[in-house]
Design a protein around this ligand. Structure first.
Ligand SMILES: [Fe+2]
Length: 415
């Protein structure tokens, strides 16, 4: 079982005179404005070259409050990006969020082909699409590949529909190794090169008819807080009592499996690798995380589960005196059947990715986005043609501690 320790807490009150200005993100017409009251801010006035520790404290505070911070027209070197990610959010962190230097059997990980490490700043990854001409940050003509849902979903959309502008959420996730390392607190994404193109229609294809218009190659976000807040009482009760056990080396474990059409979890086909086919692993490094992670600044609960890597659920019984009517798993227990695990997770997470709750970042070159990786889920969307060059710098760092779950008081309120 993972050791859960107190996370690094910033409890500075919002300064009465902030150093920067914070304005709501422009929202597309399909979203429910109410759900975005506390999600996303554009920060104006920030210069990464001259930021002070006090200014950085303010940014951290705002990130925990608003989950997504966007900075426009930024010039940021990989070193500045690394230092911002490290110093600001987790001074004790050391390695890239998925661990550096993958070797041997770990190369089977489904994440491996998507990332190119910048040699002089190995915690920063180059991601995107197309062949970069010439030398770039010490990489010789790196070939990038935007993940396409047809390589992961069981039932991809037809080429004809794709040509007409349809796409899918590739994979809803948290940036985290989910084995041995602790989930990064923040991910920084910096847009270097952004091909322009028509928006696409992102289809859910799960029988609901849901779909949402997304910018080409946008990054889609949903709030884990909203995901919790909109649940009916019996699912809130279950969520605060549940811990999620991840498979060892989950990205290798799921490397032959296929995703649901929503990108929110895995189809039950029995294609996961058996535990003895995995790279060497030990029980003490397997992650067992609360289903809800507590925001260290606001105290809000965020449903934070990477549905693809989940292997089992550990459910606590209802606390003494709690109302057992309509309660799910009132006596608690361990759910090991993958189909049942996935059904429970889907029931809890699917409402939170409804079209009116999705914000998709429409990138411009020079955009820097910081997102609270312990407070939301994200997914890439869209498909690029081979010659469309997209270049992003991504940085996140395995944290120095694991996320903290609901307090006894939270359980009292919701269970
Ligand atoms: Fe990601």
């Amino acid at each position: 079982m993972a050791t859960v320790t107190q996370t690094h807490i910033h409890q500075m009150p919002i300064s009465t005179q902030p150093h920067f200005t914070y304005t709501p993100l422009p929202l597309p017409p399909h979203v429910k404005a109410e759900a975005f009251k506390d999600l996303g801010r554009e920060v104006k006035g920030y210069d990464p070259a001259i930021v002070t520790p006090e200014q950085m404290d303010e940014i951290i505070e705002m990130l925990y409050r608003y989950s997504i911070l966007l900075f426009k027209n930024v010039k940021l070197t990989p070193k500045q990006q690394y230092e911002m990610t490290l110093k600001a959010f987790d001074p004790a962190a050391q390695s890239y969020g998925h661990g550096n230097n993958k070797t041997g059997k770990e190369k089977a990980s489904i994440l491996h082909p998507d990332l190119k490490t910048i040699p002089h700043q190995p915690q920063v990854q180059l991601i995107g699409n197309g062949k970069v001409p010439g030398m770039y940050e010490g990489l010789d003509s790196p070939q990038l590949k935007h993940p396409h849902h047809k390589t992961f979903h069981k039932t991809p959309i037809s080429q004809e529909d794709e040509d007409a502008g349809a796409t899918r959420f590739y994979r809803w996730h948290i940036d985290a190794a989910l084995y041995a390392l602790s989930p990064p607190k923040v991910t920084t994404l910096y847009a270097v090169s952004v091909p322009k193109g028509a928006p696409q229609i992102c289809r859910y294809d799960d029988g609901t008819g849901d779909e949402v218009t997304v910018p080409l190659g946008g990054t889609a976000f949903v709030s884990g807080k909203t995901m919790f807040d909109i649940l009916p009482a019996e699912l809130k009760s279950l969520a605060v009592r549940t811990k999620v056990k991840y498979a060892p080396h989950p990205y290798v474990w799921m490397s032959k499996a296929h995703a649901l059409p929503t990108g929110l979890g895995i189809e039950n086909e029995g294609l996961e690798l058996s535990l003895d086919e995995l790279p060497e692993w030990e029980e003490s490094k397997v992650k067992l995380f609360p289903m809800c992670w507590r925001n260290p600044v606001t105290g809000h609960l965020h449903v934070q589960v990477h549905p693809c890597g989940a292997q089992a659920l550990h459910i606590d019984p209802l606390p003494a005196g709690a109302d057992r009517d309509h309660a799910l798993y009132p006596d608690g227990g361990e759910v090991k059947d993958l189909k049942e695990v996935r059904e429970i997770l889907y029931r809890i997470q699917r409402p939170g990715i409804a079209p009116e709750l999705v914000y998709a970042q429409d990138w411009d070159e020079g955009d820097l986005v910081l997102f609270h990786n312990r407070g939301l889920l994200h997914s890439v969307v869209g498909a690029f043609k081979e010659d469309q060059l997209r270049m992003f710098h991504q940085c996140n760092l395995a944290a120095s501690d694991d996320p903290v779950g609901p307090t006894a008081e939270d359980v009292e309120i919701y269970a």
